[in-house]
Each structure stands twice: as C-alpha cells, then as structure tokens.
Design a protein around this ligand. Sequence first.
Ligand SMILES: Cc1cc2nc3c(=O)[nH]c(=O)nc-3n(C[C@H](O)[C@H](O)[C@H](O)COP(=O)(O)O)c2cc1C
Length: 176
Amino acid sequence: MKKVIALGGSNSKDSINKKLAVYAANQITDSETIVADLNEFELPLYGIDLEKEIGIPENAIKLNEYLEEVDGIIISMAEHNGSFTAAFKNTIDWLSRIDQKVWKDKPMLLMATSPGGRGGATVLGTAIASFPFLGGKVIADFSLPSFYDNFSEVGLKNDELGRALDKKIQDFQATI
Ligand SMILES: Cc1cc2nc3c(=O)[nH]c(=O)nc-3n(C[C@H](O)[C@H](O)[C@H](O)COP(=O)(O)O)c2cc1C
C-alpha cells in the first residue's frame, strides 16, 4: 500500500492548513496517511553555531525518516506576513542539514489556505519556486481562499473549488 505524508506548515494546534492537508490525503484511495504535526517535531531555532554544539536534533532525524519512507508528500502552508511560518522554515532548514534534497525527489501536492481572500497564494508561489531546489517534484498546487467560508471536512462548500481540488488530488495520486 502507498504511503502519503500530510503536513501542515504551521505549529498552530488548530491549524487550518493541517486540516486541509489531512482532508486532501484522505481523498486518496488505497493509501495510508501519516499525519505529521509540526508540534510533534519541535525544533530549536536553527543556527550554525547551535548545530556545531548539539548536532542534528532527534526530531529532525525522525521527520527526515518519515519523508524517506513515503511515496508522496502533501503540504498545506500557512502564510505569515507573505512567507513561510517561522516554525515551517526552521524545520526545512534543519532537514536541509541532513539531506539537501529535503523532499527527496518525491511527488508533492502543495497547498495553502488562509481566512483571507488570497488563500496564502504568496507563500504557495514561494514554495513552488523554491522547493525544486530542495528535491521537490511539484505535481500540483492549490490555494483555498476564505477557509472558513469554503472548507468542510465532508467536501469543500464551493463546488467549483471542490472540483478544482479533486482534479489536483487525482493528478497527484496518479504519480505516487
Ligand atoms: C504573524 C501572522 C502573520 C500573518 N500573515 C498573513 C499573511 O501574510 N497572509 C494571510 O493570508 N494570512 C496571514 N495571517 C493569518 C493566517 O493566515 C491565519 O492565522 C491562519 O489560520 C494560519 O494558518 P494555520 O491555522 O494553519 O496556522 C497571519 C497570521 C499571523 C499570526
């Protein structure tokens, strides 16, 4: 059976991005979902001096092992001031010290959502542009605007957005 990791790019306990990532992963048939909550992989703030002092933290090693074992990666990113959340960027920085191919040439479905009308489109654009340099094979991307108006765990409330997301999930599923 295929394995997919679903990751919210946020350390918020009630992360709307984690909800979207898990929702998308659950639509994939015949696959097991590993849900990775950044709170379970808490890491100190990356710095070269700290790395020299403590080496690579166990939580970064564990998350890297999960990324190695899955067939595909689904990430939904929170946008903080037009960019990655500090927690997510920090995680990427630690992971890149284990393996520069953070995403291990695995198929990726990249998403973002926010309560606002742009749905995290800026951070999504940043990830689409930069993840290929970290071994990311971006198959599909999707931004969900106005999360609280449009999201429901039984399917998106907006039919057009729901169909668009289904298509992206199918495109991703075909590659894992
Ligand atoms: C420090 C901070 C900066 C934010 N900046 C943005 C932003 O640039 N664009 C946006 O759409 N939402 C922004 N928001 C609102 C987030 O989209 C909102 O908090 C969302 O719930 C974050 O996703 P999460 O629940 O997965 O953490 C910001 C929130 C915080 C706390």
